[in-house]
Write a protein that binds this ligand. Structure first.
Ligand code: FAD
Length: 457
């Protein structure tokens, strides 16, 4: 990228402090957590943009994209850069569009819909919502850092999904304003099914500039850790709690031993050799819940009120993909997969995996509500990495036995497993980014403009 481009972009936003070209700063804002994957660690090392632009409004984004379109400059959108698959890592240089400064919560409507800019941190939105009697329906364990736009662009679900499903379902994302990458960039307002064009498309087909996100009524929560001698018994109890609508819960996470031994700061609450389950359960149900845990052969390893994201210990800091982080701290050869088991044959599938891979494949279960209302036994297993071949054997075996895998060791939307089979993301890219300048290389089935050879299903 010619240095003149950075100067002209600074003139466009009218503030040279919001166009960064210092290599160290640009490199830092070109990374995410792709190093979680030993495969991507090698593939994406050294990839970076050439300048970072920090817009303040949708209109500035329009101006920046108009310029980049005219000069064929790639643009990679960035929230907080906590994605795991290199979603926000530019493969072809160009501009990193850092939206961290677009961080205004515009309103929380009386029907519990938050209207906000994309750079709002999820933690800030949760805190604000709770003051008004609402809370996020679901959030990633990176809630404190991650942005709303980044969650919609690259995430899927997390804490709360056991009650409210993932981002894609139950009309959690109500509407979006999106800037297109065209000669004359437009601001589109998408609602209803049209939001699926942009959700989890990794910023490849539009830039979200305003988001309408449905919240849930706030609940007073308690945290509880239950230790149970065997994984089978722990799974039995957690599946029952997750599936029974009588329990008001926000989190049910089950760990096979030795995963709990990786949780250094809370090691006193992880009894040796036992499986462990972390719950966020309605405070009003805590006594009844503890009795149920004891009756299931468990012991209460920890319990206490949840008073917000500053609660210590914060059990959610050890769940979802944070579990992998603690495992990697214990031994950097650990990595992970993202799986969904079959509701009806989950026990047989777990047995087959343990028989085949033993301690190479450690069970970390997360539950979420599926689109049909059934509770899905999902997992982010901690796997021991020895080679890409062995990792692929694990993925292949999962698929052979009917376990769904969203592969986190690939760097294109279609490979990650959350690509829409109806191709709406690709069709949107063809319309909104005809030159293929948005996060190029990440939507593998796309071919630019005249090369629209990919036939949408
Ligand atoms: P970024 O990483 O900055 O961006 C993610 C993607 O969205 C990129 O492709 C980017 O280009 C695109 N994007 C960003 N903003 C926009 C925009 N305004 N318009 C269009 N595209 C945009 N994810 C989960 O879903 N659940 C979890 O529980 C979870 N746990 C995690 C735990 C750890 C320890 C880590 C490291 C990651 C975890 N993640 C999880 C992944 C990630 O943290 C979340 O998906 C997070 O919400 C991403 O937000 P971000 O602001 O960091 O996005």
């Amino acid at each position: 990228m010619h240095p003149q481009h950075a100067r002209e972009l600074a003139a466009i936003v009218g503030d040279e402090t919001r166009v960064l070209t210092l290599p160290q700063a640009v490199e830092q804002l070109s990374r995410d957590f792709y190093w979680y994957s030993p495969v991507l660690r090698i593939q994406l090392a050294g990839k970076a943009g050439e300048a970072v632009v920090q817009p303040l409004s949708a209109h500035e984004i329009q101006d920046v994209l108009r310029y980049c379109y005219a000069h064929d400059l790639p643009v990679t959108v960035r929230g907080a850069g906590t994605g795991n698959y290199g979603q926000a890592v530019p493969l072809r240089g160009g501009v990193v569009l850092d939206l961290a400064r677009m961080d205004q919560i515009e309103s929380i409507e009386s029907d519990g819909v938050a209207v906000c800019q994309p750079g709002v941190r999820l933690g800030a939105l949760e805190n604000q919502a709770r003051k008004l009697g609402w809370e996020l329906r679901c959030y990633p364990s990176t809630i404190v850092k991650a942005t709303v736009g980044g969650f919609l662009g690259g995430g899927s679900g997390g804490i709360g999904s056991v009650a409210h499903g993932n981002l894609r379902h139950f009309k959690t994302v109500r509407a979006l304003d999106v800037v297109t990458m065209e000669e004359e960039p437009r601001i589109l307002h998408l609602e209803g099914d049209a939001i699926h064009e942009i959700l989890h498309a990794w910023g490849t087909n539009g830039v979200m500039t305003r988001i309408w996100l449905a919240l849930a009524p706030a609940v007073e929560w308690a945290q509880c850790a239950v230790a149970i001698p065997t994984f089978d018994a722990a799974f039995e109890f957690s599946e029952r709690m997750a599936g029974d609508p009588a329990w008001t819960k926000r989190l049910v996470t089950t760990f096979e031993w030795p995963i709990p031994s990786f949780f250094g700061p809370i090691r006193e609450h992880t009894p040796d050799g036992q499986a462990l389950i972390f719950f966020l359960i309605a405070l009003s149900q805590l006594p009844e819940f503890e009795s149920a845990a004891l009756a299931a052969g468990g012991q209460i390893a920890y319990s206490g009120a949840y008073t917000g994201l500053r609660t210590r210990p914060l059990l959610s800091d050890y769940t979802w993909n944070h579990t992998t982080l603690w495992a990697m701290k214990a031994d950097e050869a650990y990595t992970y997969l993202q799986c969904a088991f079959d509701c009806d044959s989950v026990r047989e599938q777990i047995r087959a995996l343990k028989d085949r891979f033993g301690s190479e494949f450690l069970l970390h279960m997360e539950f979420w509500k599926g689109e049909d209302g059934r509770i899905v036994p999902g997992a982010i297993p901690v796997v021991y990495y020895t080679s890409e071949k062995r990792l692929n054997e694990m993925i292949d075996f999962c698929r052979e036995i009917g376990v769904y895998v969203a592969n986190p060791h690939v760097n294109f939307v279609e490979g990650g497993g959350r690509y829409r089979e109806d191709n709406v993301q690709l069709l949107a890219k063809q319309r909104y980014d005809p030159k293929g300048l948005l996060n190029p290389g990440k939507m593998a089935t796309f071919e630019p403009e005249s090369g629209r050879k990919v036939i949408a299903k």
